[in-house]
Design a protein around this ligand. Structure first.
Ligand code: AVI
Length: 320
């Protein structure tokens, strides 16, 4: 059967909103930038490199769990599902699911990196001719138009791997989970990857790799501001800093100003002191019960799988 790759459903990123968000963040006493800015073309490529790093245990541990329990996972998901992946990136992980699920009818990758999305959708469509691939170019944290689908599927299953939920504060994560349950409806499935709390050394090494890829990924956000929001950050005057905040159970990534400096973004001037930081990302690490508490009434936890060292978990949930 010839795969019908649908036209890209494009939501124009609101540039003005982005500028306002950036300026608001840089105006705070703890300056901050939205993590979604990481994922331009270069940032997405750097993130793919991070996933292959020795120190970054998350990806390979998650894939180990997936491989080990794929039969159980696919049995729980059932036949003829419509699979939706939030933040699909290069759509590598989903291949294992598509290889093992029974007659999946469609796959909807949603991502904000359009080049990544087009490339990976094309190759998935070629490799899985029985699955309708419908890429959606959108910021999935914002409301977006879901494509009209004339497919006969048994249920929608959202795939949200990589512990990306950890990049939200727990409060926002709880809100996000309820919005997924509401949007996709009662009975929909959610297969989600969640990084677990562990010793500081392992955690800090994962965000301070020896090859400096994470540092380049972090600094790339400033390069992007320079290019897209007419900013003039001197990248030589900033350094990457990531540490585990034990009280909050999260990794924090910052960019540290190496001197007193002034920068401007779209004509707005910003003053920074030496050693002042811009917060670019939180990456929360959960204890399973803690995560369950976030669900309140949105989802019911069906099954949790972990690796032997309990570094990472995959959970299957159904919307109430
Ligand atoms: C996408 N997200 C789950 C990654 C993480 O581990 O929080 C992003 C990342 N930041 C630095 N390295 C990877």
């Amino acid at each position: 059967m010839q795969n019908n790759l649908h036209e890209l459903h494009k939501i124009d990123p609101q540039e003005e909103d982005l500028l306002a968000e950036v300026l608001e963040g840089l105006g705070r006493s703890q300056k901050k930038l939205p993590s979604k800015l990481f994922y331009d073309q270069r940032g997405s490529e750097l993130f793919d490199q991070i996933c292959k790093l020795e120190e970054y245990y998350l990806t390979r541990t998650e894939m180990w769990i997936m491989n080990r329990y794929i039969d159980e996972i696919s049995e729980l998901i059932g036949e003829r599902c419509l699979l939706i992946e939030l933040g699909s990136g290069s759509s590598t992980k989903v291949r294992l699911l598509l290889d093992h699920l029974v007659d999946p009818v469609g796959y909807i990758p949603v991502d904000i990196s359009s080049e990544h999305l087009i490339k990976s959708s094309d190759s998935l469509a070629a490799d899985y001719p029985g699955v309708k691939v419908i890429p959606v170019y959108a910021d999935y944290t914002q409301p977006f138009d879901f494509p009209d689908i004339s497919l006969d599927y048994s249920k929608k299953v959202v795939y949200y791997p990589g512990s990306t939920i950890g990049n939200f504060t727990p409060r926002y994560a709880a809100h996000f989970m309820s919005s997924i349950a509401e949007r996709f409806g009662s009975g929909s499935g959610l297969l989600i990857g969640i990084d677990l709390r562990k010793d500081r050394d392992t955690l800090e090494a994962a965000y301070n790799d020896g090859h400096g890829v994470t540092a380049a990924f972090n600094l790339n956000i400033l390069r992007r501001l320079n290019r897209e929001l007419e900013a003039d950050f001197d990248l030589g005057q900033w350094k990457h800093h990531a540490f585990y905040n034990d009280d909050e159970g999260r990794i924090e990534m910052h960019l540290v100003s190496m001197k007193d400096q002034r920068v401007s973004a779209n004509g707005t001037r910003i003053k920074l002191k030496r050693d002042e930081t811009i917060l670019t990302e939180y990456s929360y690490k959960y204890i399973t019960e803690e995560f369950e508490n976030l669900l309140s009434n949105s989802f019911e936890l069906v099954k949790v799988w972990t690796d032997r060292d309990e570094k990472f978990s995959i959970q299957y949930l159904t919307a109430r």
